[in-house]
Design a protein around this ligand. Structure first.
Ligand code: AHN
Ligand code: ZN
Length: 334
């Protein structure tokens, strides 16, 4: 081919190349600029020894199953701790019906930090423990300690409450401990499956809040947040109702160095949890920080067995979750 015939083609190729390379360069500059644009977030003070102590104390009462003495004592303890930390405390009592028709005397325990402010976040966990060990092999009809499943989330939030009192951020925060999350119908067996048998305390609260016209900008649920090397994935129900909150929390975790726990992967491993009803009934966008275990494709092997005791609790994980949640609160207060 002669050069004069080739030129227009070369020119066209050059234009194509230019068109292609320009956006690429722009993309690169954007990528490089991104870390500069991201504000740096300080790792907040959060005492993991203190959080661990709160977990230990809950477990020391014995399994926190509704209608038991241990449950009553724990309720007194949790309410008085929130009061010690200067929060306005509500004890919302009720009776709910379990899957097997047992009437459960429940109490949702709520502590409000800066109740006068409109700008609010709700942080929640369930405080009861499972009356069975139906995922285990032995003593399946005995209640479990629930050191991870129950006490860990409450322990972290008690320490968050203590830090709110110490650090005094300018934002409303409601710490909510829901009852009777874990009295759900065991899977398998010959009974017909009933819907909505889990999360009885949060369902009760969602239908009638502890005070009229309660609302919050968003909610964060902590469930099974204490095991060593725990991975928290972007849980599907949270991603359906509140992907912007998931991103907010996971980005804060990354910014303060906790990407080893808060992994950028989505998983569908939760049937229902308290955040579902807060989203569905109250329409407060809420997410669940809940462990995902790749070996089971769901929860940790100790889940709903007697191995869920103090020995699985790791302070480093409590710190990662506590620092992340507290950092989110402090960022929102800015
Ligand atoms: C299920 O997905 C069956 N349960 C998740 C809720 C739960 C139970 N969290 C702790 N225990
Ligand atoms: Zn459970």
């Amino acid at each position: 081919m002669k050069i004069n015939r080739l030129l227009p083609i070369l020119g066209f190729v050059a234009i194509l190349a230019a068109c292609e390379s320009e956006p690429k360069e722009q993309k690169q500059t954007k990528k490089q600029a991104a870390p500069k644009e991201k504000k740096s977030i300080a790792k907040p003070t959060f005492n993991a020894d203190s959080a661990y102590h709160f977990v230990e104390k809950q477990v020391s009462f014995g399994p926190r199953v509704p209608n038991t003495e241990a449950h009553k004592k724990t309720a007194v303890y949790l309410g008085s701790k929130l009061e010690d930390f200067g929060l306005k405390v509500y004890r919302q009592k009720g009776v709910v019906t379990a899957f097997d028709d047992t009437k459960l005397n429940i109490v949702n325990i709520i502590g409000e930090y800066r109740p006068e402010l409109k700008n609010r976040i709700m942080l929640f966990a369930h405080w009861d423990s499972r009356p069975f060990a139906d995922n285990g092999k032995k003593d399946r009809y005995k209640p479990i300690d629930g050191a991870n499943d129950g006490a860990s989330g409450v322990g972290v939030l008690l320490e968050v409450a203590r830090q709110l009192q110490a650090q005094q951020p300018e934002i409303g925060v409601d710490i909510m401990f829901f009852d009777a999350e874990d009295y759900g119908q065991p899977s398998g067996g010959m009974m017909k499956r009933k819907a909505g048998t889990w999360c009885l305390g949060s369902q009760f609260w969602a239908r009638q809040t502890h005070r009229a016209n309660y609302t919050a900008n968003f909610g964060i649920l902590l469930d099974m947040v204490g095991a060593a090397n725990a991975k928290f994935t972007k849980e599907a129900i949270s991603m359906y109702y509140a992907p912007h909150i998931v991103d907010k929390v996971w980005n804060v975790a990354a910014a303060i160095g906790h990407s080893d726990h808060f992994v950028f992967q989505q998983t569908t491993h939760v049937g229902e949890d308290d955040h579902l009803y807060i989203n569905k009934i109250r329409r407060i966008p809420s997410i669940d920080i809940i462990q995902y275990d790749a070996s089971t494709g769901a929860f940790a092997p100790h889940w709903h067995t007697h191995d869920d005791n103090l020995s699985v609790i790791d302070k480093e994980t409590l710190a990662a979750v506590g620092e992340t949640v507290l950092a989110v609160v402090l960022e929102e207060a800015k």
